[in-house]
Design a protein around this ligand. Structure first.
Ligand code: KIV
Length: 258
Protein backbone atom coordinates (compact mmCIF):
# COMPACT_ATOMS: atom_id res chain seq x y z
CA UNK A 1 0.00 0.00 0.00
CA UNK A 2 1.31 3.42 -0.95
CA UNK A 3 2.15 5.79 1.89
CA UNK A 4 0.06 8.96 2.20
CA UNK A 5 0.69 12.33 3.84
CA UNK A 6 -1.92 11.42 6.47
CA UNK A 7 -0.07 8.24 7.30
CA UNK A 8 3.11 10.21 8.03
CA UNK A 9 1.14 12.30 10.55
CA UNK A 10 -0.08 9.05 12.13
CA UNK A 11 3.53 7.82 12.32
CA UNK A 12 4.32 10.89 14.44
CA UNK A 13 1.36 10.16 16.71
CA UNK A 14 2.54 6.54 17.04
CA UNK A 15 6.15 7.61 17.72
CA UNK A 16 7.30 5.69 14.64
CA UNK A 17 10.38 7.37 13.07
CA UNK A 18 9.98 8.35 9.41
CA UNK A 19 12.72 7.31 6.97
CA UNK A 20 13.30 9.67 4.03
CA UNK A 21 15.96 9.74 1.31
CA UNK A 22 16.48 11.56 -1.98
CA UNK A 23 16.23 9.97 -5.44
CA UNK A 24 16.98 11.56 -8.77
CA UNK A 25 16.55 8.59 -11.14
CA UNK A 26 14.60 5.37 -11.71
CA UNK A 27 17.27 2.93 -10.52
CA UNK A 28 17.91 4.51 -7.13
CA UNK A 29 14.21 5.27 -6.62
CA UNK A 30 13.32 1.62 -7.16
CA UNK A 31 16.06 0.40 -4.81
CA UNK A 32 14.97 2.81 -2.06
CA UNK A 33 11.32 1.91 -2.52
CA UNK A 34 11.94 -1.83 -2.35
CA UNK A 35 14.14 -1.29 0.72
CA UNK A 36 11.11 0.25 2.45
CA UNK A 37 11.90 3.97 2.64
CA UNK A 38 8.76 5.93 3.69
CA UNK A 39 9.34 9.16 1.76
CA UNK A 40 11.36 9.70 -1.42
CA UNK A 41 12.34 13.27 -2.13
CA UNK A 42 13.24 14.36 -5.66
CA UNK A 43 15.44 17.00 -4.07
CA UNK A 44 16.95 19.95 -5.85
CA UNK A 45 20.20 18.50 -4.53
CA UNK A 46 20.05 16.69 -7.91
CA UNK A 47 22.00 19.79 -9.01
CA UNK A 48 25.18 17.89 -8.09
CA UNK A 49 24.61 15.18 -10.72
CA UNK A 50 24.09 17.92 -13.32
CA UNK A 51 27.43 19.46 -12.33
CA UNK A 52 25.97 22.62 -10.76
CA UNK A 53 27.80 24.16 -7.76
CA UNK A 54 24.58 25.25 -6.04
CA UNK A 55 20.88 24.43 -6.39
CA UNK A 56 20.20 27.78 -8.06
CA UNK A 57 20.67 26.92 -11.77
CA UNK A 58 18.33 23.91 -11.66
CA UNK A 59 15.25 24.39 -13.85
CA UNK A 60 11.69 23.11 -13.57
CA UNK A 61 12.15 21.21 -16.84
CA UNK A 62 15.17 19.35 -15.45
CA UNK A 63 13.27 18.60 -12.25
CA UNK A 64 10.24 17.26 -14.12
CA UNK A 65 12.45 15.08 -16.32
CA UNK A 66 14.08 13.44 -13.26
CA UNK A 67 10.84 13.29 -11.27
CA UNK A 68 9.15 11.33 -14.07
CA UNK A 69 11.96 8.76 -13.94
CA UNK A 70 11.66 8.51 -10.14
CA UNK A 71 7.88 8.08 -10.46
CA UNK A 72 8.40 4.99 -12.61
CA UNK A 73 10.47 3.42 -9.81
CA UNK A 74 8.29 4.23 -6.80
CA UNK A 75 5.33 2.09 -5.79
CA UNK A 76 5.18 2.35 -2.00
CA UNK A 77 6.90 5.51 -0.70
CA UNK A 78 5.38 8.99 -0.71
CA UNK A 79 7.02 10.94 -3.55
CA UNK A 80 7.77 14.58 -2.81
CA UNK A 81 9.37 16.93 -5.35
CA UNK A 82 11.38 20.09 -4.61
CA UNK A 83 10.30 23.15 -6.57
CA UNK A 84 13.52 24.71 -7.92
CA UNK A 85 14.72 28.24 -7.15
CA UNK A 86 12.55 30.98 -8.68
CA UNK A 87 9.84 28.62 -9.89
CA UNK A 88 7.57 29.53 -6.93
CA UNK A 89 8.86 32.70 -5.24
CA UNK A 90 7.64 35.22 -7.83
CA UNK A 91 3.90 34.87 -7.26
CA UNK A 92 1.17 32.53 -6.07
CA UNK A 93 0.26 31.94 -9.74
CA UNK A 94 3.82 30.90 -10.54
CA UNK A 95 3.89 28.50 -7.57
CA UNK A 96 0.50 27.05 -8.54
CA UNK A 97 1.69 26.50 -12.13
CA UNK A 98 4.96 24.82 -11.10
CA UNK A 99 3.38 22.64 -8.42
CA UNK A 100 0.59 21.73 -10.84
CA UNK A 101 3.11 20.43 -13.39
CA UNK A 102 4.80 18.33 -10.69
CA UNK A 103 1.50 16.67 -9.80
CA UNK A 104 -0.06 16.49 -13.27
CA UNK A 105 2.97 15.67 -15.46
CA UNK A 106 5.50 14.02 -13.16
CA UNK A 107 3.11 12.20 -10.84
CA UNK A 108 4.57 13.70 -7.65
CA UNK A 109 2.26 13.46 -4.63
CA UNK A 110 3.53 16.61 -2.93
CA UNK A 111 5.90 19.53 -3.42
CA UNK A 112 8.52 20.97 -1.07
CA UNK A 113 9.10 24.73 -0.89
CA UNK A 114 11.84 26.50 1.07
CA UNK A 115 11.18 29.30 3.56
CA UNK A 116 8.66 30.27 6.20
CA UNK A 117 8.49 34.06 5.71
CA UNK A 118 5.05 35.70 5.42
CA UNK A 119 4.75 35.74 1.61
CA UNK A 120 5.83 32.09 1.37
CA UNK A 121 3.33 31.08 4.06
CA UNK A 122 0.58 32.78 2.03
CA UNK A 123 1.68 30.99 -1.16
CA UNK A 124 1.74 27.65 0.64
CA UNK A 125 -1.71 28.22 2.14
CA UNK A 126 -3.08 28.81 -1.37
CA UNK A 127 -1.45 25.65 -2.75
CA UNK A 128 -2.89 23.61 0.11
CA UNK A 129 -6.34 25.14 -0.46
CA UNK A 130 -6.06 24.05 -4.10
CA UNK A 131 -5.48 20.44 -2.99
CA UNK A 132 -1.70 20.35 -3.41
CA UNK A 133 0.08 18.72 -0.46
CA UNK A 134 3.08 20.83 0.60
CA UNK A 135 6.14 20.05 2.69
CA UNK A 136 7.86 23.02 4.34
CA UNK A 137 11.61 23.54 4.77
CA UNK A 138 13.17 25.89 7.36
CA UNK A 139 16.56 26.43 8.99
CA UNK A 140 19.32 26.15 6.40
CA UNK A 141 17.56 26.71 3.08
CA UNK A 142 20.16 26.05 0.35
CA UNK A 143 18.34 28.17 -2.24
CA UNK A 144 19.30 31.19 -0.07
CA UNK A 145 22.98 30.22 -0.13
CA UNK A 146 24.12 33.69 -1.28
CA UNK A 147 22.31 35.26 1.69
CA UNK A 148 22.95 32.83 4.55
CA UNK A 149 25.71 30.51 3.31
CA UNK A 150 25.59 26.80 4.18
CA UNK A 151 26.24 27.20 7.91
CA UNK A 152 24.09 26.13 10.82
CA UNK A 153 21.06 28.38 11.42
CA UNK A 154 19.28 29.19 14.69
CA UNK A 155 22.34 29.98 16.76
CA UNK A 156 21.17 33.31 18.19
CA UNK A 157 17.99 33.74 20.26
CA UNK A 158 16.46 35.98 17.56
CA UNK A 159 17.16 33.44 14.86
CA UNK A 160 15.81 30.59 17.00
CA UNK A 161 12.57 32.47 17.59
CA UNK A 162 12.26 33.29 13.89
CA UNK A 163 12.69 29.65 12.84
CA UNK A 164 10.23 28.46 15.51
CA UNK A 165 7.62 31.02 14.44
CA UNK A 166 8.14 30.09 10.76
CA UNK A 167 7.53 26.41 11.57
CA UNK A 168 4.34 27.25 13.47
CA UNK A 169 3.11 29.50 10.64
CA UNK A 170 3.79 26.76 8.08
CA UNK A 171 1.79 24.25 10.11
CA UNK A 172 -1.08 26.75 10.27
CA UNK A 173 -0.83 27.21 6.49
CA UNK A 174 -1.46 23.47 6.12
CA UNK A 175 1.88 21.78 5.36
CA UNK A 176 1.81 18.04 6.15
CA UNK A 177 5.44 17.95 7.30
CA UNK A 178 8.49 20.21 7.63
CA UNK A 179 12.17 19.63 6.89
CA UNK A 180 14.40 21.13 9.58
CA UNK A 181 17.86 21.56 8.08
CA UNK A 182 21.09 22.19 10.01
CA UNK A 183 19.73 23.74 13.21
CA UNK A 184 20.68 23.00 16.84
CA UNK A 185 19.09 19.78 18.13
CA UNK A 186 17.42 21.49 21.11
CA UNK A 187 15.66 23.87 18.71
CA UNK A 188 14.57 20.91 16.57
CA UNK A 189 13.21 19.27 19.74
CA UNK A 190 11.27 22.40 20.68
CA UNK A 191 9.74 22.65 17.19
CA UNK A 192 8.98 18.91 17.08
CA UNK A 193 7.20 19.11 20.46
CA UNK A 194 5.17 22.17 19.44
CA UNK A 195 3.92 20.84 16.08
CA UNK A 196 1.40 18.10 15.45
CA UNK A 197 2.79 17.44 11.96
CA UNK A 198 6.04 15.46 11.58
CA UNK A 199 9.42 17.18 11.45
CA UNK A 200 12.04 15.56 9.21
CA UNK A 201 15.56 16.49 10.24
CA UNK A 202 18.78 16.78 8.31
CA UNK A 203 21.66 17.91 10.48
CA UNK A 204 19.12 18.76 13.20
CA UNK A 205 19.87 16.04 15.75
CA UNK A 206 17.97 12.95 16.91
CA UNK A 207 14.74 14.50 18.21
CA UNK A 208 12.88 15.00 14.91
CA UNK A 209 10.03 12.70 13.90
CA UNK A 210 12.07 11.45 10.96
CA UNK A 211 15.38 11.83 9.18
CA UNK A 212 16.32 12.62 5.60
CA UNK A 213 19.73 12.44 3.93
CA UNK A 214 20.96 12.87 0.39
CA UNK A 215 21.31 9.31 -0.94
CA UNK A 216 24.64 9.93 -2.67
CA UNK A 217 26.03 10.92 0.77
CA UNK A 218 24.60 7.77 2.38
CA UNK A 219 26.16 5.63 -0.36
CA UNK A 220 29.56 7.38 -0.21
CA UNK A 221 29.17 8.58 -3.79
CA UNK A 222 29.43 12.33 -3.22
CA UNK A 223 32.59 14.29 -4.00
CA UNK A 224 32.10 16.16 -0.72
CA UNK A 225 29.39 15.87 1.89
CA UNK A 226 28.12 17.97 4.79
CA UNK A 227 29.53 17.24 8.27
CA UNK A 228 26.19 15.91 9.55
CA UNK A 229 25.83 13.26 6.82
CA UNK A 230 26.80 9.62 7.38
CA UNK A 231 28.09 7.29 4.67
CA UNK A 232 26.89 3.70 5.06
CA UNK A 233 28.88 2.52 2.02
CA UNK A 234 31.84 3.71 -0.06
CA UNK A 235 30.60 3.52 -3.64
CA UNK A 236 33.25 5.94 -4.92
CA UNK A 237 35.88 3.38 -3.94
CA UNK A 238 33.81 0.42 -5.20
CA UNK A 239 33.14 2.04 -8.59
CA UNK A 240 36.73 3.19 -9.06
CA UNK A 241 38.00 -0.32 -8.29
CA UNK A 242 35.46 -1.95 -10.65
CA UNK A 243 36.38 0.42 -13.48
CA UNK A 244 40.12 -0.12 -12.90
CA UNK A 245 39.65 -3.90 -12.88
CA UNK A 246 37.62 -3.76 -16.10
CA UNK A 247 40.19 -1.46 -17.77
CA UNK A 248 43.02 -3.76 -16.72
CA UNK A 249 41.29 -6.84 -18.13
CA UNK A 250 40.43 -5.13 -21.44
CA UNK A 251 44.01 -3.87 -21.85
CA UNK A 252 45.44 -7.29 -20.93
CA UNK A 253 42.95 -8.90 -23.36
CA UNK A 254 41.54 -10.96 -20.48
CA UNK A 255 38.00 -9.70 -21.06
CA UNK A 256 36.01 -10.81 -22.93
CA UNK A 257 37.03 -14.44 -22.98
CA UNK A 258 37.04 -16.38 -26.23
O1 KIV B 1 17.34 18.85 -2.06
C1 KIV B 1 17.42 18.08 -1.11
O2 KIV B 1 18.00 16.98 -1.21
C2 KIV B 1 16.83 18.50 0.15
C3 KIV B 1 17.17 17.68 1.37
C4 KIV B 1 18.56 17.95 1.75
C5 KIV B 1 16.21 17.92 2.47
O3 KIV B 1 16.13 19.46 0.21
Amino acid sequence: MAITTRQLIQYKQQGRPIVALTAWDYTIAQLLDVAGVDLILVGDSMSVILGYNTTLPLTLEETLHHAKAVRRGVRHALMVVDLPFLTYQESIQQAMHSAGLVLKEAGGQAVKLEGGYAAMVETIARLVQAGIPVMGHVGLTPQSVHQIGLRQQGKTETDRQRILQEAIALEQAGVFSIVLEHIPSDLALEITDKLSIPTIGIGAGPHCDGQVLVTSDVLGLSEKQPPFAKAYANLRETITKAVQDYSFEVRQQKFPQK
